[in-house]
Design a protein around this ligand. Structure first.
Ligand SMILES: NC(=O)c1ccc[n+]([C@@H]2O[C@H](COP(=O)([O-])OP(=O)(O)OC[C@H]3O[C@@H](n4cnc5c(N)ncnc54)[C@H](OP(=O)(O)O)[C@@H]3O)[C@@H](O)[C@H]2O)c1
Length: 251
C-alpha cells in the first residue's frame, strides 16, 4: 500500500494530483478547509481509500495533532511508500510591501511556509521506523527564484520552502531509508489562484495583463494535466532528491 498526504486537494492543482493518484493500492489523506465530494465519489468508484481532513493550515499549533491522527491510519508494516505533497497555498496579499497588513503577511506565511515545514517535520518523525520509499514533494513556483512586483510574500514563501526541502535532504543523507524532498514549479495552471491574480489591480500587481493574456490565449495548463505529470514524477526514478526544478524545463 502507498500512502499520500495531500494538502489543498479540494480544488485546483491539488485536486488534479489527487485524481491522478486514485488507485486501489493507494490511500489518500486530503487536507483542506472544504471537501470535494466528487473526488470522494470517484475514489469509491475506483476502490481507492480516501479520507478528507477538514483543517485550516493557518492554525499552526494544531498541525502536529492532525499528523498524529493521520498516521494512526497508516499501517507502517504494509507501507511500500509514504508521500507528503505540500500543495495548499494562497497568493494574497498581492500588494507592494508597505501596503501589506501584518495580518495578511502572517496568514500567508502560516499557510505557504510554516504549515509545509511543520507537516514535513511531523512526516519525518512519524515515518522514522518505516523501511520504504519516503518522499516530500513541495509545490513551488517560478516566483521562488524570480522577484515579482506585488508578490513579496508569495516569492519569499516559495523560496523558503525550496531551501527548507534542501535542508531536509542534507539532514537525511546518512539515513538507511531517507526522506527525499523535491520542489517543483508546476507551470501556469488554470485554477482559482489564477482567477485571483487576474482580479488584482494593475497598481498592486504590474504584471497583471500578462496573466490575463495567458488565459485569453489558452496558455493555462488544465489542473488535471499538471496533476498527472506531478504524480508521475513523485513516483518515478526521476524524482531528484534535494532539487528544485521547473517542470516546464525538465518534463
Ligand atoms: N495556479 C498556478 O498557476 C500555480 C503556479 C505555480 C504554483 N502554484 C502553486 O500550486 C499550489 C496550488 O495552487 P492552485 O493554483 O491549485 O490554487 P487554488 O485553486 O486556489 O487551490 C488552493 C488549495 O489550497 C487550499 N488552501 C488554501 N488555504 C488553505 C488553508 N488555510 N488551509 C487548508 N487548505 C488551504 C485550498 O483549499 P480550501 O479552500 O478548501 O481550504 C485549495 O485546495 C499552490 O502552492 C500554488 O502556489 C500554482
Amino acid at each position: 500500500m502507498r500512502y499520500f498526504i495531500i494538502t489543498g486537494a479540494s480544488k485546483g492543482l491539488g485536486e488534479g494530483i489527487a485524481l491522478a493518484l486514485l488507485d486501489e493500492d493507494h490511500h489518500l489523506f486530503c487536507i483542506s478547509r472544504s471537501e470535494n465530494k466528487d473526488l470522494k465519489k470517484l475514489a469509491v468508484a475506483r476502490n481507492c481509500k480516501l479520507d478528507f481532513h477538514l483543517f485550516d493550515l493557518a492554525v499552526s499549533m494544531d498541525i502536529d495533532s492532525l499528523a498524529e491522527l493521520i498516521f494512526t491510519d497508516i499501517d507502517k508494516s504494509k507501507a511500500e511508500g509514504v508521500y507528503l505533497i505540500n500543495n495548499a497555498g494562497l497568493i494574497d496579499p498581492v500588494k507592494r510591501v508597505e501596503d501589506c497588513s501584518a495580518e495578511a503577511v502572517d496568514m500567508h506565511m502560516r499557510v505557504n511556509l510554516i504549515a509545509p515545514m511543520l507537516l514535513s517535520s511531523a512526516f519525518i518523525k512519524h515515518t522514522a521506523g518505516i523501511r520504504a520509499e519516503k518522499r516530500i514533494l513541495n509545490i513551488s513556483s517560478g516566483a521562488a527564484s524570480n522577484p515579482y512586483y506585488g508578490w513579496s510574500c508569495y516569492c519569499t514563501g516559495k523560496a523558503g520552502i525550496e531551501m527548507f526541502g534542501r535542508c531536509i535532504t542534507v539532514e537525511q543523507e546518512d539515513e538507511d531509508y531517507p526522506v527525499q524532498t523535491m520542489s517543483v514549479a508546476p507551470g501556469v495552471i488554470d485554477t482559482g489562484m489564477q482567477e485571483t491574480i487576474r482580479s488584482t489591480n494593475e497598481r498592486d500587481f504590474i504584471n497583471r495583463e500578462k496573466f490575463v493574456d495567458l488565459k485569453e490565449s489558452g496558455q493555462l495548463v488544465p489542473p488535471g494535466m499538471a496533476g498527472k505529470k506531478l504524480a508521475g514524477l513523485l513516483l518515478s526514478p526521476k524524482f531528484r532528491d534535494g532539487q528544485a526544478i521547473d517542470i516546464r524545463d525538465s518534463y
